[in-house]
Every structure is written in C-alpha cells, then in structure tokens.
Design a protein. Sequence first.
Length: 74
Amino acid sequence: MRWRPPGGALVSYIEVTATTVQRGDIIQLGGRACRVKDLFQLRRGAKQLVFESGDLLTMHARTRLVAVRMTRRW
C-alpha cells in the first residue's frame, strides 16, 4: 500500500528482514512507532537496531516485521 503525505514523499508499507532493514525505517513495536537510527551487524545474519528513542532491538536472520519507508519523489 502506498500513499502520498504532504511534501512530496512517497510512503510504502513493506516487510523487512535483518537483510533489508534500513536507517530511517519506522517499525511499530508495542503500539509505538520507532524510527531506526543506526544498525549493527551481528553474527549469523542478525542485526541490532538502535532507535531514535535509544531503545534496542535485535533482529535475527528469520525475523520479519512490517515497516514504513519514505522515499522522496523528484
């Protein structure tokens, strides 16, 4: 599903894994929207996500989450 917020950005709801998650993705956890600030590669394909709030989440290689990704349209 895609929709266009004011300002010309294009928003997509996508499924992310430890391989495809990116900085800036917004993931809803426990009813809170958390924006990925930084990523660290761990062993066996896992990644540790650091959110803007300072919270941490470890995504294992098989973890799948739904995220919101914004891209700018030029």
